[in-house]
Structures are given as C-alpha cells and as structure tokens.
Design a binder for this molecule. Structure first.
Ligand code: NAD
Length: 257
C-alpha cells in the first residue's frame, strides 16, 4: 500500500523540459523548493541563468542542460548529461510546447508539422527515453505530460494544437498501461488557460477578455495554481494513479466544446 499523504520528493531527481519560461520555469522551481534535484532543460541554456540563481538563493539544487525536444539526439544527450550530473531522472515533466493559432483551411504546412513535432513527437522522445532509462536503472518513476484542456475540448482556430494535445493524452494512457508493472506512472495535466508567454498577447485583446468571461471562475489560472497537482503527481501521494488526464481549469471544461 502507498502512503496517500506522502508528498515528500526530497532528494528525488527531476527533469523538466521547456523550463526557460512560463509553466516549465515554475515546475522546475517548485520541484527544487520541495527538495528535488532538478535538471532544467531548454534549447538555450543561457535563458536558465536567472532560474538557476533564484533556486540557488533559496538553497535548492538545479542544473541547466540543453535540450531541443524535437531532436532525438539532443534528448538522448540531455538525459546522458542529467545522469552524469545527478542520476537517472525519476520525475519527468514533459512541458515544452508551442501553440500556433490557425483555422484548418488556412493552416500552413509548416505550422501543422511544427506543432505536432514539438507537442507530440517531443513528448514521445522524452517519455520513451525516460522510460527506457528508468527500466535500465531498476527505479520507479513518475512521468508527467503537460497536455491541455484543448486535448479534450475544441475551439475554432486551434486544430493543430488540440490534435497534438489529444494525442498526448492517448500516449499518456498507452504508456501508463505498458509501464505500470515497472512502477513507472504516467499521468497528464490538462490546464485550462494559465497566463504565460504562450497566450499573454491574446488575453490583452477584446476577444481574449471575452474568453475570460466564459470561464466559470471568471479568471485565468496563475502558474502557481498548478503547484499542488504537480506535487501530487510527482510524489508517492499519487502512488495508485496512472493513466489519468486531470483538468485544472477553473471549471472551463464544463462549458467548452
Ligand atoms: P511558454 O511558451 O512560456 O513555454 C513553452 C516552453 O517550451 C518555452 O520555454 C519554449 O522555449 C519551450 N519549447 C518550445 N519548443 C521547444 C523545443 N523544441 N525544445 C525545447 N523547448 C521548447 O508557454 P507555457 O504556457 O508555459 O506552456 C507550457 C506547456 O503548457 C505547453 O506544453 C503548453 O501547451 C501547455 N499549456 C499551457 C496552457 C496555458 O494556458 N499557458 C494551457 C494548457 C497547456
């Protein structure tokens, strides 16, 4: 039986992709604040300097490693570096993602391909790499994929993004099923609208402000709203949870799609 009140991740090794901004930055910071040894990944390591300084000032442990999630060699190299710096990651947060707004008939080929390459293929390369290395090390682990409410619901203009996130939810379930016997849990977080660089410009428009009024709680999420769910999924408290795709959205999923 697992300890359902054990939120302790002290000393655990965590890896976060896309950690140079927004949710990824926050996830890396919160994991470090709770005692994890964090490997923060981004395409440009220099963008992680301020995060490293912030975490160090709080007495946390965070290392920066370069990773482009669309590049399999880069993913593998980043895991090699993580292993030599701190050991095999056992909490993996697949957070890197992009969003391109376009209606289907206007969609540029490159936008469609880039969205699937980053949001779906990137999650697959990292999750598979993480799973293989956990298996080889004999450790259990928790893989946390950042999907979206738009992986379950849909709106006009988000076809590529919504399709990629729906696939991430299905990949989460498929991996959870195959890895459960190895004590590797795979879950997805499905945020509604959280104010970050990915959407800040949109919520400054009249259309964006109208969107906020459709959220039952009448507000956007703050990055800190995800802290509790992140820690739940990262820690032994969720030891019997795998294959879940959890909304965290101010009730938005109740009224969209
Ligand atoms: P963001 O733009 O601040 O963060 C995305 C990060 O991914 C950036 O740091 C970016 O540099 C990185 N990235 C993009 N392509 C990459 C690549 N090829 N390799 C490595 N890193 C790459 O936006 P965010 O809101 O913090 O988004 C984080 C995740 O949360 C994304 O997967 C996004 O789809 C998801 N999400 C966000 C919201 C929201 O409302 N903010 C809602 C649902 C889901």
């Amino acid at each position: 039986m697992s300890d359902s009140f054990d939120f302790n991740i002290d000393g655990k090794i965590a890896l976060v992709t896309g950690a140079s901004s927004g949710l990824g930055w926050r996830f890396a910071q919160v994991l470090a604040q709770n005692g994890a040894r964090v490997v923060a990944c981004a395409r440009r390591v220099d963008r992680l300097q301020d995060l490293m300084e912030e975490v160090a000032a709080e007495g946390g442990n965070l290392q920066a490693v370069a990773m482009d999630v669309t590049d399999r060699a880069s993913v593998s190299l980043a895991f090699d570096q993580a292993e030599s710096l701190v050991g095999t990651p056992e909490i993996i947060v697949n957070n890197a993602g992009i969003a391109v707004a376009s209606r289907v008939l206007d969609m540029k080929d490159d936008d469609w391909l880039a969205t699937l390459d980053t949001n779906l293929n990137g999650v697959f390369w990292c999750a598979r790499e993480a799973g293989r290395r956990l298996l080889a090390s004999g450790k259990g682990g928790s893989i946390i994929n950042i999907a979206s409410l738009l992986g379950k619901r849909v709106l006009p203009g988000v076809a590529a993004y919504a399709t990629s996130k729906a696939a991430v939810i299905q990949l989460t379930k498929a991996m959870a099923l195959e890895l459960a016997k190895h004590n590797i849990r795979v879950n997805a977080i499905c945020p509604g609208y959280i104010l970050t660089e990915i959407n800040g410009d949109y919520f400054d428009t009249d259309e964006g402000r109208a969107m906020i009024r459709t959220i039952p709680q009448r507000r956007l999420g703050d990055v800190s709203d995800l802290d509790g769910l992140l820690l739940l999924l990262a820690s032994p408290a969720s030891g019997f949870m795998t294959g879940s795709a959890i909304n965290i959205d101010g009730g938005h999923g109740l009224v969209t799609g």
